[in-house]
Design a binder for this molecule. Structure first.
Ligand SMILES: Nc1ncnc2c1ncn2[C@@H]1O[C@H](COP(=O)(O)OP(=O)(O)O)[C@@H](O)[C@H]1O
Ligand SMILES: [Mg+2]
Length: 299
């Protein structure tokens, strides 16, 4: 009997007013659980040794944490250190000083081979100029990273995984085409499929839309957003502020240091942006045709 009475009094006590309830709502609050970052960069600097003796100080002590499923645009003027940072994060190059953890692994401890393995397992890299082998089919280009697997895959397995990656980027029907038989946007999709084929945790892209027109850039950003929604963490370099609208966070690199680090308050949907872009261009086209017709009629 007593227990029942206790419970009813407890219930009345917990009958919080709606406003208080709002502040107590755990569902809406960010989890406080400190999840280890996917990337943890501390005091990373890079000095390139040059012939003249004085080195180039390309990075001057970068601190940066990137968590799983973030999408980040890295901006900065030419020479600010963007590619240097990307190459270090992608385990293609080593910092001169500082520490760098990738998925909990201290990369500075690893030798060249171990770094190559880690890169192959955890990182996909996309370049501005696609870097595809020109006489090789899309599928074979996508198979390349699998040739370096610690445990070799059979030709059949590689074929299947490459086709799955091409399918994911919407290019399964172009698998047998060589890069010069594909548009720029399609070549970039092949490069993205190649970056995805080992199921990386982190996708690094150095100006992936730098050589593409607006429409194709929006397609590529839509693909990045879809991959990000599926759990892939993405860091890309861009010169275009419009590209930052499609990423959750923007970093600005200046003279080898991170000068700005901002969360995007208004993340745009690239699929809808493309629809808007196309309908606006249709309008312009319709206006141009109408103007031409009016001209015709007046003459
Ligand atoms: N391999 C290299 N040897 C010497 N200096 C380099 C090398 N790579 C880049 N640099 C210099 O480091 C600085 C940063 O370059 P980079 O990272 O390519 O900048 P960004 O990609 O932002 O244009 C620049 O001053 C550049 O000239
Ligand atoms: Mg660069």
């Amino acid at each position: 009997m007593e227990a029942v009475a206790d419970r009813s009094s407890a219930e009345t006590k917990l009958n919080f007013d709606p406003q208080l309830r709002e502040t107590l709502n755990l569902n809406d609050q960010k989890s406080e659980k400190p999840e280890a970052p996917l990337l943890n960069v501390r005091g990373v600097s890079k000095i390139y040794k040059t012939g003249g003796g004085i080195g180039v100080h390309a990075l001057k002590g970068v601190d940066l944490k990137i968590h799983k499923q973030e999408s980040i645009a890295l901006m900065g003027s030419s020479g600010s250190g963007k590619s240097t940072l990307m190459n270090i994060l992608g385990c293609l190059d080593r910092p001169s000083a500082g520490t760098f953890y990738l998925d909990g692994i201290d990369v500075s401890d690893l030798d060249r081979n171990e770094r190559a393995n880690l890169r192959n397992q955890k990182i996909g890299f996309v370049f501005q100029n696609f870097h595809l082998l020109s006489r090789t089919s899309a599928r074979e280009n996508v198979e390349m990273p699998m040739l370096y697997h610690p445990e070799p895959l059979s030709a059949r397995q590689m074929h299947a995984q490459a086709m799955a990656a091409l399918e994911r980027v919407g290019l399964a029907d172009r698998a047998d085409h060589a890069p010069n038989e594909l548009s720029g946007g399609q070549q970039q999709r092949v490069a993205i499929a190649r970056a995805l084929v080992n199921q990386p945790k982190l996708l690094l892209a150095d100006e992936p839309t730098g050589n593409l027109d607006t429409r194709t850039s929006l397609d590529i950003m839509a693909l990045f957003q879809a991959l990000n929604a599926e759990g892939l963490t993405i860091l890309l370099v861009t010169h275009e502020p419009e590209i930052c609208d499609f990423m959750k966070r923007t970093l600005l690199l200046r003279d080898g240091l991170i000068a700005k680090d901002e969360t995007n308050a208004q993340l745009l949907d690239a699929v809808r942006a493309k629809e808007t872009f196309e309908s606006e261009n249709e309008d312009t086209l319709a206006e141009e045709i109408a103007a031409l017709q009016a001209e015709d009629e007046s003459t």
